[in-house]
Design a protein around this ligand. Structure first.
Ligand SMILES: *[C@@H]1O[C@H](CO)[C@@H](O)[C@H](O)[C@H]1NC(C)=O
Length: 213
């Protein structure tokens, strides 16, 4: 009995967190001029906070999709919207031209909830067990991408598409796989990519050239 009680006590006291840590005050409007501290940004003085600090209109405009992927992510994270600092959430807008792909990427610090507003998106991710889960998602519907998994969205509709993505982090971070692997600074050595992907040097050089390396 006592052993059970002790185990229960131990388990319930193990600290855990699914997303960003809980805030310790009502809000903390980020002072983006200051260096980030251990976690997040320092707060600007409460005396200078106004209602505008809780408002963000940065997701109201369509992004320019005139790039190779045909997709444009407008970020509504703490860097764009300082009022999110310490609150543990953020939202992006993603615009898709016809046939666009938001290429395979990872958010190291957040789960992602995709809400389609317009059009038809194929949304998919791969588990750590290498299982691919995907769904064609249309207006008003949701798809969830668990934290840290490789995922993408592709416009499979007949026109433009629009989605909003919600995150349980103020700064989810993004690891864009094509750019990370083939466009890093300095570049990853070719022999690593040749062996890693089991392809010839020409292929590696060809892909690198698309991403500025
Ligand atoms: C996304 O759209 C914005 C606003 O039009 C533009 O400034 C930005 O360069 C675009 N990003 C990409 C990757 O095309």
């Amino acid at each position: 009995m006592i052993t059970l009680f002790l185990i229960a006590l131990l388990v319930s006291s193990i600290p855990f967190s699914f997303a960003d840590p809980d805030p310790l005050q009502d809000f903390c409007i980020a002072d983006l001029e200051a260096q980030p501290s251990i976690n997040g940004f320092p707060c600007k003085p409460a005396s200078s906070v106004t209602s505008d600090d809780f408002f963000f209109d940065g997701l109201s405009k369509e992004g320019n999709t005139g790039n190779v992927f045909g997709a444009n992510v407008t970020a509504g994270n703490v860097r764009a919207f300082p009022g999110l600092n310490t609150l543990g959430l953020s939202m992006n807008r993603v615009d898709f031209a016809l046939g666009a792909v938001n290429p395979p990427h990872i958010h190291p610090r957040s789960t992602e909830l995709v809400l389609v507003i317009k059009g038809k998106l194929l949304v998919g991710f791969v588990t750590t067990g290498n299982v691919f889960h995907s769904k064609v998602v249309t207006r008003g519907k949701l798809f969830v991408i668990p934290r840290g998994l490789v995922h993408f969205q592709k416009n499979v509709g007949k026109g433009k598409a629009l989605a909003f993505t919600a995150f349980d982090s103020q700064l989810p971070g993004v690891v864009n796989l094509p750019l990370t692997l083939f466009g890093s600074t300095p570049p990853i050595p070719n022999d690593v990519l040749i062996k890693g992907f089991q392809v010839d040097e020409d292929v590696v050089k060809g892909i690198k050239s698309k991403f500025g390396n």
